[in-house]
Design a protein. Sequence first.
Length: 489
Amino acid sequence: MRVVVIGAGATGLGVAWDLALRGVDVVVVEAHEVGVGTSGRFHGLLHSGGRYLVTDPNAAQECYRENVLLRVIAPNAVVATGGYFVKKYGDDDNFERRWTHQAEALGVPIREVPPAELRQALPMLTPDIERAYWVPDGVLEGFRMLTMLVAAIQARGSRLLERTRAVGIRTESHRVTGVEVEGPDGHRTLDCDAVVNAAGPWAGLIAHDWGIDVKVQPSYGLMLIFANRRMDQVVNRLKLPSDGDIFVPHQEVVILGTTDVAQPCPDAPEPDRLEAIRLMSLGAELVPDLGSWRVLRGFNGVRPLYEPSGLTDDSRTVSRDFAVLNHGDRDGLAGAFSVLGGKWTTFRLMGEVLGDKLAESLDMRLPSRSADTVIEAHRTTQATSRRHPVDRGALLCECEGVYESDLDNETASQTQMRFGTWFSMGPCQGTFCAHRVLGRRSAAQFAQEMAWLRHEREHGLNVVGWGSNARLIALEQATKAQTLAEDLS
Ligand SMILES: Cc1cc2nc3c(=O)[nH]c(=O)nc-3n(C[C@H](O)[C@H](O)[C@H](O)COP(=O)(O)OP(=O)(O)OC[C@H]3O[C@@H](n4cnc5c(N)ncnc54)[C@H](O)[C@@H]3O)c2cc1C
């Protein structure tokens, strides 16, 4: 039994993991590199369900269940920070009542926190807070989880084909028998018994290629990253989810999110400076001193929301729940499935539900094992550097402490290296380390990879190009001109 999964984000890898554990031969095809889509562009929140208690009870329950489970099966990629929901004076009392009622009804644990406890944990918050509740929010180390999932599926014999785009399917008698792909080996067909469309925001386009109508509503969200981990718990505002109302501590930084804007196409738009300024002022409603925090960059991610009733202008109203479609039952295309919507937090559950439907349709009696199988820690380069403080070779990235020995895998893609070490993601945003790290590549690869990384870093930096960042941008350009003899014009 072979299944081709399209897309190597959280959803595709979650599906691949569940199927691999059932003994299925899985091939994951990824048009670019693992995690370049939404799964590498999110807040990093391991949802407790608190955010969706009122608006999306199903999603809230799923998130809480997976939150508890992931702490057990993936402890190396989860940090149990805890989080707070805070209500400012003047925020809707009725919403608070409904929220606490739903928490009890759905079994999501919350605890009211005395103001003194909140002030002690989070002294940077506005004093204008009327009430606060603790919730079991956490942090999901997305880069690490992706790396662990890839290693886990490969260890079970599954294959990942990066830079390989699915371009169509082959069918016989209305049943899928192969997936057409284009990649480093040119155009070829991967024989299979089933195909899973896990292409996130692009899932609607994949379905369209199959002649099927699936309404995926892409909606982008801008997030800002602040240097220094100035808070150790997640902070949410206790009101209807809206823009700029959540802070997540992530490794050495804090992420403020987010906006929610419906868009017609799945590609992430360039971040916009006016939007970033607006997000800053919304964030300052919770952290009055936010303007003095050094903001490293802004970035957009695109939610792959599933909207069966048709596309909308108001993406906040679209459910955060997920859907698994069996296109055999729905559209007469046997062996084709789509898994849509959901959250990073629910990636495992999405894999399990998809696996159950696929097994049922192919009459396979193979139960899911993903809820009770530990996803092993992968030997990420970052962990290695912490374990062996000597003999590391030259220091390549001062911000993240990356040494030559941390990059001993010559075949690793740039994304794998960045996910493993975080080079270029610290305060200098690659100004001093990018050419040192990528200089280890061949000349042709160096030019190509530097161009990509610069484009990516510059857009994130320019969107917050005020204050000290304006000076950093000028310094970066001058450094490039001096060290790489580039034209400044
Ligand atoms: C602003 C924002 C903040 C968020 N914050 C959180 C959070 O804090 N916590 C949380 O739990 N969730 C969060 N989410 C939601 C979560 O990030 C997404 O639900 C999840 O990452 C979606 O993963 P995916 O695998 O479905 O999509 P993606 O990660 O986008 O993966 C799809 C993959 O398919 C590939 N692909 C596309 N077309 C093809 C093709 N033809 N052939 C081969 N491959 C193809 C793409 O290259 C891509 O890698 C957030 C989302 C956004 C936008």
